[in-house]
Design a protein around this ligand. Structure first.
Ligand code: K1U
Ligand code: ZN
Length: 167
């Protein structure tokens, strides 16, 4: 396993639309293992492959609370099948926009379909933080960042802050 570099705004790869994966093989599992190690080290609760410079439709996540055993989750070629009419706000962050947090309103519940670590097709419903995180990560697969849901002024200020800190 290896730690990968997490790209930060305004890196152009973060705006790319990620491409579907052919199937789950050992190379893809190695990428997902690296992504989880990188996410835990950051630390974060989710990570899309494009954030480590690999524009494939792959996401990892772990929503275990402090003190609980790790609960790594893997989503390959995820698709949202249904979104609730009801929405909910959440103060989001992003490892590609470090130290910036702001409220985003999204559907409160979604149902999704994806391939898991073993390459099996899974369908499940998400609510709460799971719903927030999977929608945030699936936005990454379309080249969309949570700051794209904010006003232009807030977005430009966020990018400026991240650039300044990185310089
Ligand atoms: O960059 C990312 O996509 C990961 C991001 C996921 C996320 C967080 C909050 C709302 C939606 C999506 C993060 O993990 S930011 C860091 C974070 O939230 C966190 C870090 C340590 C402990 C708990 C949370
Ligand atoms: Zn993010």
């Amino acid at each position: 396993m290896a730690l990968r570099e997490i790209l930060t705004v305004p890196h152009p790869v973060l705006k790319q639309v990620s491409t579907p994966v052919e199937g789950v093989d050992d190379d893809l599992r190695a990428l997902m293992d690296d992504m989880l190690e990188t996410m835990y080290a950051a630390p974060g609760i989710g990570l899309a492959a494009v954030q480590v410079g690999v524009p494939k439709r792959v996401i990892v996540m772990d929503l275990a609370r402090e003190g609980e055993d790790p609960q790594p989750r893997h989503y390959v070629n995820p698709e949202i099948l249904w979104r609730s009419e009801e929405t909910a706000p959440y103060e989001e962050g992003c490892l590609s926009v470090p130290e910036i947090y702001d409220e985003v309103e999204r559907p409160a519940r979604v149902s999704l379909r994806y391939l898991n670590y073993q390459g099996e097709l899974v369908e499940e419903e998400a609510d709460g933080l799971f719903a927030v995180c999977i929608q945030h990560e699936m936005d990454h697969l379309e080249g969309v960042l949570f700051i794209d849901h904010l006003s232009r002024l807030k977005r430009e200020q966020a990018i400026k802050k991240v650039r300044k800190r990185a310089a």
